[in-house]
Design a protein around this ligand. Sequence first.
Ligand SMILES: [Zn+2]
Length: 445
Amino acid sequence: MAASRTADLVLTGGTVLTFDAEDREARALAVADGTVVAVDDVDGLIGPDTEVVDLAGRTVLPGINDSHLHGAWLGAMWPHTLFSGGFGGGEEGTAGPLVADAAARRAAILKAGDVAAALGITSYTEPGLGPGEDEGQTGCFTSAVLDEYAALANEGLLRARVTVLRLFGILDGPSSLADFQRGLADDIPSTDPRVLKVNGVKIFADGIPPMRSAWTHHCYTDGTSGHLLVDGEQDEERVANLRRMIDIAHRRGDQIGVHATGDRSIEVVVNAMADAIAEHGPLGRHYLIHGDLVSGEVLRRLPGLGIGLNTQPGIAAATGPWLAAALGDDVLRTAWPLRDAFDLGVPVCLSTDAPVMEPDWRRAIAAAAQWMDVSGPEAMRQLLRAYTVTPAYQDGAESWKGSLAVGKVADLCVLDTNPLTVAPADLPGVGVTTTYLGGKVVFQS
Ligand SMILES: [Zn+2]
């Protein structure tokens, strides 16, 4: 490394929230070749070719990482979401799949990239693409979508870094051990892993409480308790098949993200992950997705196992009354125990599940703060970490993204106001002014 090398880009005259190990706040940042080369000490790095940006009091954060966002589906539906205009809204009434051919897949992914960039999002996880959905209704979760992502990645056209979990069953539906094993043997497209990384697998353990399809120790008002979605004649066989899926994927070193909302499925999933980790070591960064009815007992085990919780405060806020209608107010009071999860040191990632909710992390954080009944700069810092540092951990990428320090990628979200100075309810009013991906502008307001 030539010490005399000057920076390509210097941002100065504002606040830099680094979210580094010391949670340092800096005044300036220098970037060369897409990487942070200095924090604060930028003067000696400014040369004739350096672009110097005066932040004029604005605030720089690490790029936002929405760790559970269905990009192609979002791009196909935008500006609609499932919750805009009511559940089941969006493109209803149109015949055929949302994306039907390669051009539509490409357009949807590019659209999602534009939507993400305008929100300061520089990374997201596409949670479930693969053969299980090749005949699916939307066309948004197919193997062909993964191939299109790979093509865009290799052409340098992706507007965000994307982590993919492969899906061998039906989205929000059944899966079989045989399909799972068959699917795992498929080739994965070759791409720069910092641009597009197929990191592991997505499994749907159960459904959701409002549909009475979460598997729970509680009893729904109709007397049922749900069951696992994994195939099998009775609970015992379904549990055995789910445990087998987790063991097989774990031994391969795949990351495993499991949609599990009921307390009973969550227990089975965490037990299976714990057994796989005990037998083969901590190979992948596994996590629970949604985790609506996770118990305190299970939560306490997660930090020691390195198992994360990826949850959507916007969905909790929007569907809490439906959960109460299905299971009662007492169950709602202990549902989505976000505050306990943070307090216990669980790796918590907040996300939107867009296009279920709109992909606005500011609204998700406001909803989380309200759900947890917290405010103030420390709470805001914690919630922002769940959108930056911890998702980088989920991606297995904390060594090179998720915080701002020398050697990390210059993925930056520039805000017109320092989020640590606003009440959570006001965060949605804070504007994203510029988004940088690897030091390059991908959005400017
Ligand atoms: Zn989802």
